[in-house]
Design a protein around this ligand. Structure first.
Ligand code: NAD
Length: 364
């Protein structure tokens, strides 16, 4: 298969990263703080099953922990980015450590960008945000994202023990968000053999590991595999770039307040079907990943297997807003080579709204 066609020319610049991965790696955070030659930590933390971890990390840091921002992130950060930045300046922190999921990492990114500090991330979900220099903001019902190297964590500490007992719905949804990173990285215009290698490996790990942790939230080996999958997925997307899938999820999340990870999960089968029918050559690797000619159906089957909601209606999307959402997605995709037309996007949103099983798309 590989080597039969000439690989198109590409340029790839690696993003810097230091990854520390181990069961129990939470205890290595103080050493990583010292390695950056910093010693005044602002700890940004949240996550319902992580109270013990927060106390453990605070104790291990001792006097080096000069401030703590606790985040209750059910409906967005309870602490505004402005408040968190003010706390950081008040305590003269010289490094920010996040302990939590993508929302907590997002708040950490907002702080380090404004205060020009290094960031250490300790993820507790599979969002993959810790591997990207992407930050986002929603205002006036529109979510926008940007790349800024200042927000890329200098060090990521993965401790799979922090995922033990993760609620199955959170594991499944954040894992499907990571899988969306893999698929989009495979079909996006910026894909190259290196980003695709990361995305394929990440995708295999997630497809294998997500059903295992939703069936058994205490399966440490599968949490470990999924964290690696999320890491590879985040890095692949950061370098290949986003396309129609992410644009759609951002339009829906920003415009109608739908939950981030679950929206990705519901849309993914339908964005896969849309790309399959409009650019069949772009989904060759996705077909191989799922070992099927109908990857959209395989993604839909996984969504059901993980017992996640399958329709935008279940997530609270109003049906009468689908026309406007379709217009916004087309506008957001106008520079995308797989630029979909409005009727195709409207059909995709309709299928996602009703949770219909996607069709086979176009044969290879
Ligand atoms: P989240 O961080 O919003 O967390 C969801 C809920 O799970 C919260 O109540 C949290 O307290 C809880 N939680 C976190 N870890 C837990 C654990 N181990 N056990 C039990 N509960 C836990 O959810 P998420 O899916 O990780 O992140 C979504 C956010 O991340 C969105 O804001 C999205 O925009 C952002 N994101 C950013 C990027 C990027 O590259 N910039 C990528 C993916 C997601």
């Amino acid at each position: 298969m590989y080597g039969r066609t000439v690989t198109p020319a590409f340029t790839w610049t690696a993003l810097p990263a230091r990854v520390v991965f181990a069961a129990g790696a939470l205890d290595r955070v103080p050493d990583e703080v010292g390695r950056l030659e910093t010693d005044r930590v602002l700890l940004v933390a949240g996550g319902t099953s992580n109270r013990d971890a927060i106390v453990r990390l605070q104790t291990a840091l001792g006097e080096r922990c000069v401030g703590v921002v606790r985040v209750a992130v059910h409906h967005g950060p309870s602490v505004s980015a402005d408040e968190a930045r003010q706390v950081t300046r008040n305590v003269s922190a010289d490094v920010v450590v996040t302990l939590g999921g993508g929302s907590v990492i997002g708040l950490g990114k907002a702080i380090v960008q404004a205060c020009d500090l290094p960031l250490i991330a300790v993820p507790t979900t599979y969002s993959g945000s810790e591997m990207t220099p992407i930050w986002g903001r929603t205002s006036g019902g529109r979510k926008q994202t940007w790349l800024d190297m200042r927000v890329l964590p200098r060090t990521v500490v993965y401790d799979p023990e922090l995922c033990l007992g993760m609620p199955p719905r959170l594991a499944a949804a954040s894992g499907m968000n990571a899988l969306a990173h893999c698929l989009e990285a495979l079909w996006s215009a910026g894909a190259n053999p290196i980003t695709s290698g990361l995305a394929i490996d990440g995708g295999h790990r997630l497809i294998d590991g997500l059903p295992r942790v939703t069936d058994n939230p205490d399966d440490l080996a599968s949490h470990a595999g999924n964290l690696i999958g999320a890491c590879l997925a985040g890095r692949a997307l950061a370098q290949a770039g986003t396309a129609v899938h992410h644009r759609t999820a951002h339009v829906l999340g920003g415009g109608w307040g739908l939950p981030h990870a679950e929206t990705h999960a519901v849309v993914l089968p339908h964005s896969t079907a849309l790309v399959t029918s409009r650019a069949p050559e772009a989904v060759g690797e996705v077909r191989r990943l799922f070992d099927t000619d109908n990857p959209a159906a395989a993604v839909f089957a996984l969504l059901n297997r993980l017992r996640l909601p399958v329709s935008l209606a279940d997530l609270g999307m109003p049906e009468d807003a689908l026309d406007e959402a379709a217009q916004r997605v087309v506008e957001a995709c106008r520079n995308d080579p797989i630029a979909p037309d409005e009727p195709a996007v409207r059909r995709m949103l309709d299928d996602a709204f009703f949770g219909r099983e996607p069709g086979p798309g176009v044969a290879p």
